[in-house]
Design a protein around this ligand. Structure first.
Ligand SMILES: [Zn+2]
Length: 464
């Protein structure tokens, strides 16, 4: 531990020495920064007198993003901020070194003094507007908004251009809002281009594959709906060995929606980053002189329309469904420790969850210690689970895995549809497990996942 600590302290001192602070303007605040995805805009090539224009440009980008699905539905999962970084000069560099166009292309050659050193003609591609000065980018973030999830640099030029990567870059020209949204698709949501990006960038991903079997491909649940299929790429190199899910997705063309496969990938990533349980009460360990009824409440971050579903369980029995608060009377309790659990998951039709590879479940558990007509104390614990079950359908082996923010076990039960238990197993946090189902006859089964005695998820399993 010690060398790491020294390194951090060293870094910390340096940043105090050279750190520079700028005004940070909130553009959209949905909740606490540690419970939201924080998009942070920074401007390059905006002079001190153009910072109002920068905030206006950032606000326009934000409004455009949250007017489009699935960001319109999941807007409350995001905060947006703008760090007002002034540059000495207006605009950006254009060295005229691109080989894909006849230079100078549309705008004159320029070499201007901007804070982040952005430039056209990166890697000899005219529209590739980028900066290699990543240390400057990360210093500004560390000194001004260290809770960032996705930095976006807006460059003050009307010429078309932008880039993905760890920080997204875009000009303010035609289609600029669309470039930003496309680049966020790369940077934050791990989506690939659905035009052929070249052999160097081709790999298995949410929306790119070499698999051609529609029953096996990762987006198999969408094949045949919403225009989703398995479409061969064309172009240079090994293009024809790669496939995309759609012919007309924002990861291919600007100005069109994301395809269903990309929307699903975006929502899955939102779920892996942010729990929909924003807060819950009581969340203290002791309740002094409680009176009945005891009230328990969730504050949820709701998609619009709200697709969150909740199941409340008291001492292993169902207590309430799809409500955000419950009241418990003394007559509901037993002497000793009582367990109240609420399980929250997103039932949105954007996720084809039946045999989706992974799914997210969030829980709050309260332990109510009750004796002789009074409550001694109430302890609470919050949990999130990322559960994977694949392949599905399957013939011989089912792989199970789960990740949780606290170390615990899940009990897994495979049931026939008439309710007979066929197989049970225990699953440890972060450990993959294979279940041999070669002996099962073909058909549909139910896989139940239990935390303690509480059913937290139930998924359909198809045996071929
Ligand atoms: Zn797509």
């Amino acid at each position: 531990m010690k060398p790491v600590l020294c390194f951090l302290i060293f870094f910390f001192n340096i940043s105090i020495l050279v750190g520079q602070t700028f005004d940070v303007e909130a553009i959209k605040v949905s909740g606490d920064n540690d419970k939201r995805i924080n998009l942070v805009f920074m401007g390059d090539g905006y002079t001190l007198f153009e910072l109002d224009k920068f905030v206006t440009d950032a606000t326009n980008f934000s409004n455009s993003l949250f007017s489009q699905s699935p960001f319109s539905e999941y807007a409350d999962y995001f905060n947006v901020y703008a760090i007002k970084v002034p540059s000495n000069d207006s605009g950006t560099d254009h060295p005229g070194t691109a080989t894909d166009v006849t230079e100078p292309h549309n705008i004159p050659i320029s070499n201007v003094d901007t804070y982040f050193n952005t430039s056209f003609d990166t890697a000899n591609i005219h529209r590739l507007l980028y900066t290699y000065s990543s240390s400057i980018v990360y210093d500004v973030l560390a000194d001004n908004f260290p809770q960032y999830d996705q930095p976006i640099i807006i460059v003050n030029t009307s010429e078309y251009g932008g880039a993905g990567g760890p920080y997204a870059t875009s000009s303010t020209g035609n289609n600029a809002n669309e470039i930003v949204i496309h680049e966020i698709g790369h940077s934050l949501f791990d989506l690939k281009d659905e035009y052929y990006p070249g052999d160097g960038l081709a790999s298995e991903a949410i929306n790119m594959t070499q698999e051609t079997d529609p029953t096996v491909v990762s987006w198999k649940n969408w094949v045949g709906t919403d225009g989703v299929g398995i479409y061969q790429h064309s172009g240079s190199g090994n293009a024809t060995s790669w496939y995309r899910p759609h012919q007309n997705c924002k990861m291919r063309y600007l100005g069109v929606p994301f395809c269903s496969v990309c929307k699903e990938g975006i929502i899955e990533k939102i779920h892996s980053l942010i729990s929909p349980i924003d807060n819950y009460t009581p969340n203290n360990n002791t309740v002094d002189n409680p009176t009945f009824p005891l009230d328990f409440q969730l504050d949820l971050i709701k998609p619009n329309p709200n697709t969150l579903e909740s199941d409340w369980t008291l001492n292993s029995s169902n207590f309430a469904t799809n409500v955000e608060d419950v009241s418990i009377e003394a007559t509901n309790l037993i002497d000793g420790a009582n367990t109240l659990t609420v399980v929250v998951h997103d039932g949105t039709s954007f996720l084809r969850v039946d045999n989706h590879d992974s799914f997210h479940v969030y829980t709050v558990t309260w332990t109510i210690n009750y004796s002789s007509l009074s409550v001694d104390d109430i302890e609470s614990e919050v949990n999130s689970y990322n559960i994977s079950m694949f392949p599905n359908p399957t013939t011989n082996v089912l792989n199970l895995k789960f990740e949780s923010n606290t170390v615990s076990d899940l009990n897994v039960e495979i049931m026939s549809i008439d309710g007979k238990t066929i197989n049970t197993s225990k699953l440890s946090n972060y450990e993959s497990q294979q279940v041999d189902i070669s002996n099962l006859s073909q058909g549909v089964y139910i896989t139940n996942f239990y935390s303690g005695n509480v059913l937290i998820a139930s998924k359909r399993l198809v045996k071929n």
